[in-house]
Design a protein around this ligand. Sequence first.
Ligand SMILES: *Cc1c(COP(=O)(O)O)cnc(C)c1O
Length: 386
Amino acid sequence: MKFGEFGGQFVPEILIQPLRELQGTYRRLKDDIEFREKLDYYLKNFAGRPTPLYFAKNLTEKIGGARIYLKREDILHGGAHKINNTIGQALLADYMGKVRLIAETGAGQHGVATAMAGTLLGMKVDVYMGAEDVERQKMNVFRMKLLGAEVIPVDSGSKTLKDAINEVLRDWASSFEYTHYLIGSVVGPHPYPAMVRDFQSVIGIETKKQLLEIEGSLPDAVVACVGGGSNAIGIFHPFVGDRSVRLIGVEAGGKGMGIGQHSASLCMGRKGVMHGMLSYFLQDEDGQIAGTHSIAPGLDYPGVGPEHAWFRETERAEYTAIGDKQALKAYLELSRTEGILPALESAHALALAIELAEEMEKDEIVVVNLSGRGDKDLEIVMGALK
Ligand SMILES: *Cc1c(COP(=O)(O)O)cnc(C)c1O
């Protein structure tokens, strides 16, 4: 139930029952052959797995250090790794006899991925979103509606993600008999962090196999960006036992170190309880959840998954932050050298990988999880370049 002291189930009594049900079903179905086959079918034919592990030849030559590989999650349906998890949980919910999915979303990307999976399986989808975010993310709101989901604006508090989280938990408490709460990252109360990790581990399992086929060896370092931490845990997990492989998570350094200027929960946050778990959160002096900022909308979560907190404490993984400017530079660099527009989130990992590769030997290998594609970020990039 816990990763060291982190994780747990910090929820109102009423939610213990649906969490138990979820945990029991998940434990039973995890290795069920029929469930696995269905999941694999959709991952392959709907989402587009396996994704390539691409040797970034041009970038590697330009940097002149370690060999840089990109795990191409950007090619997936929906444009990011999120679909791995939403299909998994939607299928699980279907097995549990649930007919409705609820989710909360900040930037809207998880809402879109949930709408896709819900529609795929014929379920009703309601997405909670802070009223402020609804205003800021018009395109994703429209996308969700096109996909048949309902978007429910939340007008309380700061009208952003944390308020949407409160509302979705309230909904679930009165609807769990027919509703599944679909969490979008390795966060929330147990069993979500472990379950979402398992659904995203397909990234790392493929990467390991592909790299062994291409290079005949393990990577020296694996780098991924960390919002809630699901694409990072997904690619890290199969390498956790391989002690020679450095695992590096990259948080959003934003505009600077001041409160509200970044989204680096592990690097700059403190221990606390929110969203049903004990982990690291960005907080003000009174322990209230602080505002976040990043040029990458998907890194805008004020906390981080408990397993990352545990990896950092046990020093199995390292965590650092990359700022807006450097991420933007990496976005442009990959576009020009390789003909690939990376998501601004992924550009954080890429920026760190470039720094790292410069210092490494030519026969060493760095793998970057390219968690998503950058087309969604054109407006932000255009604005930032002005
Ligand atoms: C949502 C998102 C992230 C951040 O979420 P994690 O759970 O940390 O993976 C990173 N990259 C992309 C492309 C995203 O859409």
